[in-house]
Design a protein around this ligand. Structure first.
Ligand SMILES: [Zn+2]
Length: 87
């Protein structure tokens, strides 16, 4: 799944480490976790989902992620969780 420019900008505002990566959801729900989200670093407890960050640069490896429900909605559907993130 390739993200649009707008999506990459949004993700870049949350976590710069994912610039240059495509993010994809593999459909797996992990369940309720107390761990922080790997995408936006939110420490709010909640449901976590498995996703993967795939680099444009072939020298880098795919990064498995556990992300929060807001991030997975965004990765899977392009839903923007909060207007405050948009200029
Ligand atoms: Zn998140």
């Amino acid at each position: 799944m390739e993200l649009s420019t707008k999506q990459i900008v949004w993700l870049g505002r949350i976590s710069r480490k994912f610039e240059g990566y495509y993010l994809a959801f593999n459909g797996t729900e992990i369940g309720f976790c107390a761990s922080s989200c790997d995408c936006c670093n939110s420490s709010l407890h909640g449901y976590r989902f498995k996703a993967v960050a795939m680099p444009n640069n072939q020298d880098n490896e795919n990064i498995p992620l556990e992300v929060c429900s807001e991030c997975i909605n965004y990765i899977a559907n392009g839903d923007i969780p909060d207007d405050d993130y948009i200029d």
